[in-house]
Design a protein around this ligand. Structure first.
Ligand SMILES: Nc1ncnc2c1ncn2[C@@H]1O[C@H](COP(=O)(O)OP(=O)(O)O)[C@@H](O)[C@H]1O
Ligand SMILES: O=C(CO)[C@@H](O)[C@H](O)COP(=O)(O)O
Length: 509
């Protein structure tokens, strides 16, 4: 049997899946690694942790599946986007990587917009300067750690660093490169103008590939460590959002994906390059060669729910341990018992600041409307509702761009919950569909690997391999009731913005 290996280097773990040549997932294995927050708003990881976890994950997967490494015909890589891996002349990591959710680069974003010109930047890259993107991180290093900046010879994104260790080759796919703010997204090439105006040496940036292109072959030493066969082809893969969309079949108009990972994303496919003047949505290259996509990104979607679990779900964590259950299932069951609208309680999910639709690193979270009747179940439900309202904000921008969406395909950890899926259908007023693969980005990466090795296009493979297994219709009455809450939700950021900034500044002092 021939297999393809899909790897997703996520924020919390690397997820490894094995897919056979009919598209069936035969085994999976995840290995977690830590995230460091040395200061408020900072988020870093050690590239060495990604490498060790990937090696361990692949080894364990092969063992679990009971196959030989040489039965794997190709490898595809998905990865958390935007993170900066700085390498020196000897390809050694200079400092921990700054991640997509790191908010330290507000000043550098202003500098970039002033240096390149705000409108010019939008015209050249399709995007505006956002704190999570890679270019502001490079400028931050120049400003704050000049001794490190001096040593930089290569800048890579997270999965591209691990692929370098596997193959010895530098490379980056168009989809992930779009999130650097250095790509001419329309032209699918590095923007010489932006790179030049920011004084970043072009030699630091790797060669570009489409997602299904073979970007290297497995080195013998990496084969010995992982149990794979030397020479196995590795395709360029994609940023996790493009891979996730491919993994649920969002490769044509009319279908949107909703990703509920640590971040939350609403994603639509574009056949041609499209960007709105104000760059309110991200306009990026898709993982489908020659196609594009737009998306709105929330920074703490599943991340808000995870925060709630970590700090306020001690009883549920104990119960989960005792009964061998998933703590999120216990929490969502509690939330389901509270009434729609959480009896007048609204949660604002800006725990990590926000990107879409409020690009504001100083935005903060909150519960609005608390009264004495409210108990824990109300708060848990309000969190899920608030996250979903935040995603619906992105859908409003998509609708305003004239895109009609008739179906939503969910992926990411949050998509496991039928209660949350129905809530999404009800709030959006659009049917929510689940597909046979629940491994979104890793599955998309495996499709890209198969595309590169079998020389079949990604869209055809999606049509062959992906089937709809469940569909939830929106309930009209719930949509109307949620809409009354949403109208209040969408006013709250504007009302509280100044307060958020004052609070954020107090903590920074
Ligand atoms: N059974 C579940 N019900 C609801 N939400 C869940 C469930 N399992 C996981 N989640 C949510 O999914 C998130 C993790 O999603 P995942 O796609 O694994 O994230 P990442 O790729 O960022 O590491 C958790 O933080 C949590 O909010
Ligand atoms: O910043 C973005 C997309 O622009 C995030 O989607 C990251 O790519 C990480 O996502 P998770 O899968 O960890 O939520």
């Amino acid at each position: 049997m021939t297999y393809f290996l899909g790897l997703d280097l996520g924020t919390s773990a690397v997820k490894c899946i094995l897919v056979d040549d009919t598209g069936h997932v035969t085994a999976s294995h995840s290995v977690e690694y830590p995230l460091y927050q040395p200061h408020p708003g900072w988020a870093e990881q050690h590239p060495e942790d990604w490498w060790m976890a990937t090696v361990e994950g692949i080894r364990a997967l092969i063992q679990k599946a009971g196959i030989q490494g040489n039965e794997i015909a190709g490898i595809g890589f998905s990865g958390q986007m935007h993170g900066s891996v700085f390498l020196d002349e000897a390809q050694q990591v200079i400092r921990p990587a700054l991640l997509w959710c790191d908010q330290r680069t507000g000043e550098q974003c202003e500098y970039i917009e002033n240096t390149v010109g705000r409108e010019e930047l939008g015209r050249l890259t399709g995007n505006k300067a956002l704190t999570g993107f890679t270019a502001p991180k490079i400028i931050w290093l120049r400003d704050q750690e000049p001794e490190h900046y001096e040593r930089v010879r290569h800048v890579l994104l997270p999965k591209d660093y691990v692929r370098l260790r596997l193959t010895g080759e530098f490379g980056m796919d168009m989809a992930d490169a779009s999130g650097t703010l250095l790509l001419d997204v329309a032209g699918r090439k590095w923007s010489e103008t932006v790179v030049d105006r920011l004084g970043i040496p072009m030699a630091w940036l790797p060669p570009l590939f489409e997602s299904g292109d073979v970007a290297g072959k497995l080195l013998p030493e990496a084969a010995a460590l992982t149990g794979l066969a030397a020479g196995t082809p590795i395709v360029a893969g994609g940023g996790d959002q493009a891979c996730g969309a491919v993994g649920v079949g969002v490769v044509r108009h009319g279908i949107a994906s909703v990703a509920l990972g640590t971040s939350g994303v609403v994603f639509v496919h574009d056949d041609t390059y499209q960007a709105d003047e104000a760059c309110r949505l991200h306009s990026f290259c898709h993982g489908v060669p020659g196609k594009w996509h737009r998306m709105g990104v929330m920074l703490a979607a599943g991340g808000s729910f995870q925060w709630w679990r970590n700090h306020f779900a001690h009883e549920e964590l104990e119960q989960a341990k005792r009964e061998g259950k998933d703590v999120y299932e216990i929490l969502t069951a509690e939330a389901e018992a509270a009434p729609l609208g959480s009896e007048g309680l609204i949660f604002l999910p800006y725990l990590s600041g926000e990107r879409t639709p409020h690009p504001d690193p100083k935005a903060r979270g909150g519960f609005i409307g608390l009264n004495l009747r409210h108990g824990k179940a109300h708060l848990t439900r309000a969190i899920l509702e608030g996250i979903t309202f935040g995603l619906y904000d992105s859908m409003q921008l998509i609708k305003e761009s004239g895109i009609e969406v008739t179906e939503l395909r969910v992926n990411g950890g949050g998509a496991r919950s039928p209660f949350w899926r129905q809530m999404i259908a009800d709030i959006f007023g659009i049917p929510v569909v689940t597909v046979n693969s629940t491994d979104g980005p890793a599955y998309g990466a495996a499709i890209m690997a198969a595309s590169g090795v079998l020389q079949e296009d990604i869209t055809t493979l999606c049509e062959k391999w992906i089937q709809v297994v469940d569909r939830m219709e929106p309930i009209a009455e719930n949509h109307n009731r949620y809409n009354s809450y949403y109208q209040i939700y969408r006013k709250l950021y504007g009302t509280l913005k100044e307060t958020f900034h004052e609070l954020s500044d107090l903590v920074q002092k």
